[in-house]
Structures are given as C-alpha cells and as structure tokens.
Design a protein around this ligand. Structure first.
Ligand SMILES: [Zn+2]
Length: 371
C-alpha cells in the first residue's frame, strides 16, 4: 500500500497588502518533509504514525506552513500543489492532506478547493482524507473533492495531532473497502469574530462544538466539525460552516443543518462588541501601576491573523493621552525599525522604565529585536 501524505497550511488575510511568497512557507520537500513532520504535533505527524500501523509505503511531497499573511503568490501555490500532483501521478492507494482551509492565492479564492479538485480529477477513485484548521473557510468544492474532512475542535488550537488521528481512523475504513462514507456541509452566512471563538469558555462556539460531539453519537454519523471560518478574507466562501462525515447523505445534511441553525440563532453572541480606543486607554490609565504592565492589543493588526504589524494607531493615541513607560511591538516595518535603531528610541523608552516594569517585560524584548 502506498500513501501520499503532505502538509500545505496557510490562513490568508486578503486585506494585507503584502503577498506571501514560497520562502514564507519554509517548505521541506520529499524526504526532508518526512523528517520535518515526523513526531510533530501536526495532523501530518498523525498521518505518518497511521501509515506505520499499516506498513504503508509513504511519499511526502511537501511539508509547508506559513504564518498568516497576505494572498499567496501563484508560483508558491503551484510549486506546492505540483509537488503533491507529481507524487499522486506516481500512483497511490490513498491521499492524506494536512491543510488549513483558508488559503487564498492570486488566482484562486479557494486554494484548498483548487488543489483537491486537481487531485480528484487525476485520481478519481483514490480516497482523500483532509484535516483542517477550525478557522477554515469551507467551500462546496473543497467538501465535494475529498472523502473525509475534519477540523480542529479547539481554539486556541491544541488538537492538531488528534485531528489527524480522527481523519486517519475514518480513512482506514475507506482503505478497507467501505465506500459509503460521505461529506456533507452547511455554510452559515456569518462572519463571526475570532475573538468570539474561544472553545474553552461558555458561549455559542463551545455550545456548537458540544452539540457536534453529541451528534456524533447518533447512528450513521461519523464525524461532525464546526468551522468558525476566517473573517479577514474577502471571498464568497468566508464564514462559519458545519461539515458532517456520515454513512448517509440525508442524515449528514440534516445533522449539519441542525447545528447550523443553532449557530445562526446565537449569531448575536458571535459578534465582538469592542469599546472605543479612547475608553480602552482610559481604563488602562486608571489601573494601579502596582498590578503590573497593561497590554493594549491592536487586534485589527494581529500578526497571527495576517496583520502587517506596522499600524501605529494604538501607540499614537496612547502617547497623546499621556501614557508613560511604554513598550511597543512587534513592529514589522523595516524603515521604521531602522530609524528607531539609529535614533536609539527603543533603549530610550526602556531606560525610562521603572526597574520592576522592565523585569516584567524583558521576556518580550525579543519581539522588538527580532523584527
Ligand atoms: Zn486557526
């Protein structure tokens, strides 16, 4: 038995002005991809462990992950997609992919859907299992061109490997000849805020995930995934969705719609109501200094959501309103950083800090020196 196992992962913020080249993925190819994935807390790590239990021959065309950022350059996508296509052209009995689900390229709004469409056309009878991030923007094309689609259950994400295991468990049934496993899907026209998707605290997202676990106990239902979607993507498929892997299309569709309706009914709680910047800074100023540093986070420029980390609105307003002892960062603006380094601005700010404050923020200093 031969399995093709690969990872291509990117969450694309289409509002970023910076494109994402292949170098941002630090891709490992072929044997090096296997080395990179083995033992990692990724779905691909779980896929490789599964392959061992089957004594399968494994081809690992690519292991590639970029931090969230702007639209993926066409040549980057083609290099990674072609690596997988070439491996499948060599023949295989199954394909296991560790994808994100929110990749937008220069030519395709739905990078994963495009990749899976190409693979399905190339190898129509080969089973395809896919693990996705909870923030995937699921398209009908993606779901239609894979046999098993399962997403993370946690945010913050701590179950990447376990998601791979869940995909592999169902994938084993396909390899053993079961042919009645089907994906069904319900898109919810709702751009929920990622700030409302914490799965550790009570709320609509946790309730939906609990309902999904409950649904999985029902007859013919094999896996239920709730996707929060990634709202910083100006594409038709952006938003929440539910994907059900089942042994019956009508049963799967009914399950997906039932959970989607619950989410829709709770939609008001999935919108983040933020206070004004001035109110936030006033609140920060009113806190006693002895309680420790106050963090003012500009979520609109969140580097882990593809923000460019070069907006100064929060810092500017904070300084205007009289804050002192300010440490700002990360700042990913080469010209600004070079200017500050020349001017000694960073050290000037640090030297003005009371020593106990400096000690608290010292571990974060690499954020500045590293950008
Ligand atoms: Zn995510």
């Amino acid at each position: 038995m031969k399995l093709i196992i690969a990872r291509i992962s990117h969450e694309t913020n289409t509002f970023s002005p910076l494109k994402t080249p292949i170098s941002s993925f630090s891709p490992a190819w072929g044997a090096q991809a296997k080395v990179a994935a083995e033992g990692s807390a990724t779905a691909m790590g779980a896929f490789l462990d599964f392959a061992k239990t089957r004594d399968a021959i494994v081809a690992t065309p690519v292991f590639a992950t970029a931090y969230p950022s702007g639209i993926v350059c066409d040549d980057a996508f083609e290099q990674m997609a072609n690596a997988v296509i070439l491996a499948v052209q060599g023949g295989c009995d199954g394909i296991l992919l560790d994808l994100h689900g929110a990749m937008v390229t220069e030519s395709y709004d739905d990078g994963e859907g495009e990749l899976l469409d190409r693979l399905r056309r190339l190898a129509p009878s080969v089973p395809i299992g896919v693990a996705l991030d909870l923030h995937a923007n699921i398209s009908r094309r993606l779901v239609a061109n894979a046999d098993i689609v399962i997403g993370f259950r946690t945010y913050p994400h701590v179950d990447m490997y376990e998601t791979g295991e869940r995909v592999a468990r169902l994938f084993a049934r396909l390899l053993d000849g079961e042919s009645h496993v089907r994906n069904t899907f319900c898109h919810i026209p709702l751009l929920a805020s990622t700030l409302c998707m914490d799965t550790r605290t009570p709320g609509a997202m946790k309730r939906a995930l609990d309902a999904a676990r409950e649904m999985e106990r029902k007859d013919k239902i094999l896996a239920v995934s709730v996707f929060g979607g990634f709202p910083l993507a100006d594409i038709p498929d952006a938003g929440m969705s539910v994907v059900v892997v089942s042994e019956s299309v009508p049963v799967g569709e009914a399950a997906a719609e039932a959970i989607a309706r619950e989410i829709w009914a709770a939609r008001a709680s999935l919108i983040y109501e933020e206070e004004s910047l001035i109110t936030s800074i006033q609140r920060a100023l009113s806190l006693p200094f002895s309680k420790g540093p106050v963090l003012l986070l500009d979520h609109g420029d969140n580097c882990m959501s593809g923000g460019t980390c070069d907006t100064m609105h929060v810092l500017k307003k904070a300084l205007e309103m009289g804050t002192t002892s300010v440490l700002a960062g990360p700042i990913a603006d080469p010209q600004a950083v070079a200017f500050m380094a020349t001017a000694g601005v960073t050290w000037h700010l640090i030297m003005r800090m009371p020593i106990q404050s400096f000690q608290r923020v010292a571990p974060a200093l690499n954020l500045i020196t590293g950008t």
